[in-house]
Design a protein around this ligand. Structure first.
Ligand SMILES: Cc1cc2nc3c(=O)[nH]c(=O)nc-3n(C[C@H](O)[C@H](O)[C@H](O)COP(=O)(O)O)c2cc1C
Length: 412
């Protein structure tokens, strides 16, 4: 059975040029077995007729508050809803929802319904980037509203920028995630993720670096966001396409850039007091060369670089039992033994060990073969997509930490 089958989804359509695209969304949800109840604003009716939605959903479409004298429509629909989706959401409805205004059917439903709410903003770039609209969206996010972020590209008004109605597939997948959402220990938590690979400068043009692309860290960031965590990223030299794709999808996630191990250490130490969980995916240099201010000139003979140790980031953090530290370990041999000793040495709660050589090399690719190591357990995962690995690991950590906190709670 599909996750949204037999679920009651209220689709609120407001007066934007993308209103016609919501017809496809209504149809997709209906085909997936959901009962889709459409409410249209008076302005939305200027763009698409209620009959179109009525035909694809096979349900009555509501427009006015007082159209039906038989019952109190906003309360009946509020009680019924498993999810309220506003797509497209105009700047107007976002502002009204943020202010708690209830002067029409949709805004009243947004105040009266306790169901989860997903907002799909779609508007001209200036309207979207207007600080008032941005503040209104932040306010709604803080009240627990979910958002499918808009796309960037050519707008109906001819300008190019952010604010386009996103692909219905993306909205649909957010709907499935919200309805299928299971509360975990990560809900509402602040998560700091390091990702990418540090570069240690040799001279103004050269550096020692590594092949990490940031894929695993961005995959974890997406999983945490889906689990309703607030994510901050410290990024060191990532693959630009992967970063761009992430930023388009999650434009509001804060990303702090760090070039080298010492920048990374400073950023982690500055940010850790404001976070509950630290996930160290970044490949951080263990050694750095002595830096030359001038470009080192080529000579005929060999060259020797002297390297000194960088400071260990996680081992240098204050121990705090209220925080969860998850470290990574990149290994080419004796993966289990090396990762186990790293877990102890670093004082982390979990180590995720990556195979970084041979056919299943995790560095830079979209797949990895990993192992999750906790003080009392070792779990091996197959070679597969990094997103599946991230999902699975967070599931297991959730299960272990939930048991842990239950066994620690005092008995009455
Ligand atoms: C042709 C046209 C297209 C519009 N497109 C949008 C849009 O894409 N997004 C938006 O926020 N407002 C758009 N508006 C403005 C809204 O229709 C207007 O703010 C209205 O008050 C919204 O009412 P509602 O939120 O109750 O539907 C458009 C207006 C017109 C005339």
């Amino acid at each position: 059975m599909g996750i949204i089958e037999n679920k009651n989804i209220i689709l609120c359509v407001t007066g934007g040029i993308a209103a016609y695209k919501a017809v496809t969304l209504a149809s997709m949800m209906t085909k997936a077995g959901a009962n889709v109840h459409v409410i249209m604003s008076r302005h939305a009716v200027q763009f698409v007729t209620p009959l179109t939605f009525k035909t694809v959903t096979r349900q009555k479409v509501t427009v006015g508050m007082f159209d039906d004298s038989q019952f109190i429509p906003h309360i009946s629909l509020s009680d019924l809803a498993d999810l309220v989706v506003v797509a497209p959401a105009t700047a107007n409805i976002i502002a009204k929802a943020a202010a708690g205004i209830a002067d029409d059917m949709i805004s009243t439903l947004l105040v009266s319904s306790a169901a989860p709410k997903l907002i799909v903003p779609a508007m001209n770039t200036n309207m979207y980037l207007n600080p008032i609209t941005q503040d209104n969206m932040t306010k709604l996010r803080n009240y627990g509203f979910h958002f499918t972020e808009p796309d960037s590209g050519r707008m109906a008004c001819g300008t190019v920028g952010i604010g386009r109605y996103p692909e219905n597939d993306r909205i649909f997948s957010d709907i499935v995630n919200i309805i299928g959402y299971k509360k975990t220990i990560f809900d509402g938590k602040k998560v700091l993720i390091t990702l990418g690979g540090t570069r240690e400068a040799i001279d103004p043009v050269r550096f020692i670096g590594n092949r990490s692309s940031g894929t695993m860290g961005f995959a974890f960031a997406e999983c945490f966001i889906r689990l309703n965590s607030q994510v901050t990223i410290i990024a060191a030299n990532t693959d630009s396409h992967i970063r761009q794709a992430f930023c388009l999808k999650y434009p509001n996630v804060r990303i702090i850039d760090a070039e080298c191990a010492s920048d990374m250490r400073t950023a982690v130490h500055n940010e850790i007091p404001n976070n509950d969980i630290l996930l160290m995916c970044a490949a951080v240099a263990d050694y750095k060369p002595h830096y030359s201010d001038q470009k080192i000139k080529k000579s005929d003979g060999d060259m020797t670089l002297t390297l000194s140790r960088t400071d260990d980031i996680i081992a240098g953090l204050p121990k705090d039992p209220a925080k969860l530290y998850i470290a990574f370990s990149a290994e080419t041999q004796n993966v289990t033994e090396n990762a186990k000793s790293k877990l102890k040495r670093k004082g982390a709660d979990y180590i995720i060990a990556n195979q970084v050589c041979g056919e299943h090399n995790a560095m830079g690719g979209s797949q990895s073969e990993i192992m999750l190591i906790s003080p009392d357990d070792i779990m091996q995962f197959p070679y597969r997509n990094k997103t599946d690995n991230a999902d699975n690991i967070l599931d297991i950590i959730d299960e272990k930490e939930s048991k842990h906190s239950k066994s620690e709670s005092p008995s009455c």
